[in-house]
Design a protein around this ligand. Structure first.
Ligand SMILES: [Zn+2]
Ligand SMILES: [Zn+2]
Length: 370
């Protein structure tokens, strides 16, 4: 079978031939991969910033945002059947008995760092024609989501973030009055930093919960991302025309900030505008650059005097994937055009170089694998 792989030792990227994986245990499932999304992580692996092949191998098959179809199941598989569409999870638990997170199937909170990740760290990824894995990492998807289900994995970032917000905010009376026809966040205001796929999917999740949602990003209007946001029902503000102060004045008390740029300067400038009882979610992973100046006195005063919480979030558990599938289905039915317009191109495997090392363009580009 064909797969897209990097060879970190000699900095090669290409389509390679690999033996088709086979079922190895009675709970294994084999998928014929339909497509895989390209994201910043894949591009960073292809810039050789990180990415580790499986032990004893030179090459790492990349790809972690994917959709496959079940073609074979082991004798003891009960979660999925042949013909089902499936989105596989990315992270696999570490082997240590003392890692209570991994031993509780919450490897997204692994304590030891010895987890593996398909397509990123010590396990082959999903930009391959076939994969095999245990059924416990397979999330079945309704057949009518075939055209958008590749967005399930990137949506888990917002889903996990928002689930934690609801947990964290149980520490105070943060709930909104019950209003028929309104979701539970209808009295809250949220700002999303960044209008890439993570930001757009985050905005969709927040609007779905009825947050009054503002998105702040670089590009001036009009642009395709601002148009998607208009369809979704979020308000777009360009940094070209609005300094952060103007945005903050427009919004009022900011209850939630969802960072989706990986730009620390912008994030820490924005933290200063977080409101009373507000929550700030970091999802981006910046590269290490020169230190930037931050007004730590102001930030610390606000954190204390405004009861603020700042947290970071990575990866996702099975329940997060299930929430992501459920919500993407809701988004697709409510806003089919907006959801479909997030996928800006579908390309054959042969086009991988442009997508992985060329200038990044569009919103979410997808590689077709079969
Ligand atoms: Zn990704
Ligand atoms: Zn662990």
């Amino acid at each position: 079978m064909k797969a897209i792989a990097v060879t970190p030792t000699d900095k090669q990227i290409g389509v390679i031939n690999l033996a088709e994986p086979k079922l190895a245990t009675p709970t294994d499932v084999k998928l014929r991969m339909i497509e895989a999304g390209v994201c910043g992580t894949d591009r960073e692996i292809c810039a050789f910033e990180y990415g580790t092949p499986p032990a004893g191998m030179e090459q790492l098959v990349i790809g972690h945002e994917s959709l496959g179809e079940v073609v074979e199941v082991g004798a003891k598989v009960t979660r999925v059947k042949v013909g089902d569409l499936v989105v596989p999870m990315v992270r696999r638990p570490c082997p240590h008995d003392h890692c209570t997170a991994c031993r509780s199937s919450r490897q997204d909170f692994c304590f030891t760092g010895d987890f593996t990740e398909r397509g990123i760290k010590e396990q082959h990824g999903f930009m391959a024609q076939f994969i095999v894995d245990d059924e416990k990492y397979m999330n079945p998807v309704p057949a009518d989501m075939r055209d958008v289900a590749v967005l399930v994995e990137p949506l888990t970032i917002a889903e996990k973030g928002l689930a934690q917000v609801w947990n964290i905010q149980q520490r105070l009376p943060w709930g909104c009055p019950i209003v028929p026809g309104k979701a539970k966040a209808h009295c809250h205001k949220a700002v999303v930093l960044g209008a890439g796929p993570v930001g757009l999917l985050g905005a969709m999740t927040l609007v779905n919960a009825d947050f009054d949602t503002y998105v702040y990003a670089r590009e001036p209007v009009p642009n395709p991302k601002a148009s998607v946001l208009e369809l979704i029902g979020a308000k777009y503000f360009s940094a070209e025309t609005h300094p952060l102060e103007a945005l903050a004045a427009e919004v009022g008390n900011i209850d939630l900030i969802y960072e989706a740029t990986g730009a620390s300067r912008l994030a820490f400038d924005m933290i200063q505008h977080l409101g009373t009882n507000g929550v700030f979610i970091f999802t981006g992973v910046p590269g290490r650059k020169a230190p930037v100046q931050v007004d730590t006195d102001l930030m610390m005063r606000n954190l204390v005097l405004k009861n603020q919480v700042v947290f970071g979030t990575v990866n996702a558990a099975r329940e997060t994937f299930e929430a992501s599938i459920r919500d993407l289905h809701i988004f697709k039915n409510a806003l089919p055009k907006a959801v479909q317009s997030l996928i800006t191109g579908r390309f054959p495997m042969a086009a991988h170089r442009d997508l992985l090392i060329g200038k990044s363009s569009g919103i979410k580009n997808v590689i077709q694998l079969n």
